[in-house]
Design a protein around this ligand. Structure first.
Ligand SMILES: [Zn+2]
Length: 260
């Protein structure tokens, strides 16, 4: 990846539990999914940064609510999915497109990851991915517009990224997701270790993100739909034998939807 030395990535908290990720090199900044312009603008002003790009993953208000205001205020490029209606975009992207983030020289490639919404995209570099509401730490997004098969396919696409890839999700849902994951796989030692580590991070007021693809492969039930333990737990919960990973994924997603 083309990446200047000294690039830093910060979570800017917004709403209840969103993270608006800001990439910056000390002069220029880009923001991923600016659901609200206020915390982003405050962050930029506090550090004397100029916004040079906006990257949107999907059309939900908590991801694009501040996009038009920021794009106008800074006169910067606003990238987003070709398949969704988002006001203020200057460039519409689809799978296979590559962009160099203006002002930062960071090269990202675009993946189509439908499921949470129909046109959802992710931005991937060799060592990071901004995945919006598709993949969460120990969880995945709800299926508002897509089918389980689409979401399972999108998650497999992300799961094929190198294990060290840092995963920048858009919400701090980790502890609730881990509680569910432990119900699915009570015997997963790595998941148990992770639950202790993430609980300590939250108790200290730190974000649990980014995680890594490797960590998700070890502990995220939605990426483990071929693991015998997950197949067995999902089949037991569904009350029938589940044959394919998509059937297992569908059952685990439904189980999570009703999990309290
Ligand atoms: Zn969303």
């Amino acid at each position: 990846m083309l990446q200047k030395d000294g690039l830093r990535i910060h979570p800017v908290p917004a709403f209840e539990d969103n993270y608006l990720w800001v990439l910056e090199d000390g002069r220029h900044a880009a923001v991923v999914d600016p659901g609200d312009e206020h915390p982003v603008q405050a962050f930029l002003e506090s550090r004397g940064l100029a916004l040079t790009a906006i990257l949107a993953t999907h059309h939900h208000g908590d991801h694009v609510g501040g996009l038009e205001w920021l794009a106008k205020r800074w006169g910067c490029e606003a990238f987003g999915p070709a398949g969704e209606k988002i006001d203020g975009l200057t460039r519409r992207l689809r799978e296979g497109d590559r962009i160099v983030v203006p002002g930062l020289d960071v090269e990202l490639s675009v993946l189509d990851v439908p499921g949470h919404t129909r046109g959802h995209i992710a931005y991937a570099g060799p060592n990071l991915v901004f995945c919006g509401d598709t993949l969460f730490a120990c969880g995945c997004g709800r299926l508002f517009e897509g089918t389980p098969a689409q979401m399972a396919d999108s998650l497999s696409k992300l799961a094929r990224l190198p294990a060290a890839t840092r995963v920048y999700c858009a919400h701090e849902y980790t502890m609730a997701n881990i509680r569910f994951a432990l119900a699915v796989e009570p015997g997963n030692a790595k998941l148990f270790e992770r639950s202790l580590r993430e609980a300590a991070a939250r108790a200290a007021g730190r974000p649990t993100l980014p995680s890594t693809i490797g960590e998700e492969l070890d502990t995220n039930p939605f990426l483990r739909c071929a693991a015998p333990e997950v197949v067995a737990a999902a089949s037991k919960h569904a009350g029938r034998a589940l044959a394919t990973p998509v059937e297992v994924f569908t059952a685990v997603r439904e189980w999570k939807n009703g999990f309290r």
